[in-house]
Ligand binder design. Structure first.
Ligand code: FMN
Length: 166
């Protein structure tokens, strides 16, 4: 076998990824008997059988350890009417109780908040969590879900965007 090629430069990788459109979600969880959440785009379906999502959280954010401890999280895929909520959860403090004043939230099975009007929301328990470089990769088994009408909020190249038909 040939020598294993070197990884590309981190900045080049980030630039290329900025060109890729992603749906925007707020990942929520319970910590110290309070709700917390953060805006996340590194999410996709991992497997359908069993229904499993993959979510990647930077190790240097408190959420990485706290979701491991909680053992559960909710993925709320935002609608394009919820960009203000995406902005709210894009910066610390994650545990600002006021953060949940925007929108209507109810608790999922493990006590993490689920957002009314999220186009798809998934209540998950952690099936696996492992560290890959800068991030913790969570595999979440989906134990509950709900869908709502509306189009996904999207993110690309530094801006929140709306879906338009061709
Ligand atoms: C559009 C968008 C997508 C993001 N995606 C991720 C992600 O996939 N994983 C992650 O760990 N942080 C992601 N972040 C960053 C967190 O939201 C942010 O680190 C967190 O809210 C804490 O804020 P701080 O970085 O100011 O401490 C994203 C932020 C934005 C605005």
């Amino acid at each position: 076998m040939k020598d294993r090629p070197n990884a590309v430069a981190v900045d080049d990788y980030k630039t290329a990824m900025r060109h890729v459109v992603s749906p925007v979600a707020v990942v929520t969880y319970r910590h110290a008997d309070a709700w917390e959440g953060m805006t996340v785009t590194a999410i996709c379906s991992a497997t359908t059988e069993p229904p499993t999502l993959v979510v990647c959280i930077r190790n240097d954010r408190p959420a990485a350890e706290r979701i491991r401890t909680a053992g559960a999280f909710v993925v709320n895929f935002l609608s394009d009417e919820q960009a203000d909520i995406a902005r709210r959860f894009s910066s610390t403090p994650l545990d600002d109780r006021g953060a949940f004043d925007l929108g209507t939230w109810e608790e999922g099975q493990a006590g993490a908040p689920m957002l009314d009007g999220a186009v798809s929301r998934f209540d998950c328990v952690v099936a696996q969590a492992f560290t890959q470089g800068s991030h913790t990769v969570f595999l979440g088994s989906v134990v509950g879900l709900r869908i709502a009408p509306g189009a996904n909020l999207l993110y690309r190249d530094g801006f929140f965007r709306r879906l338009t038909a061709e």
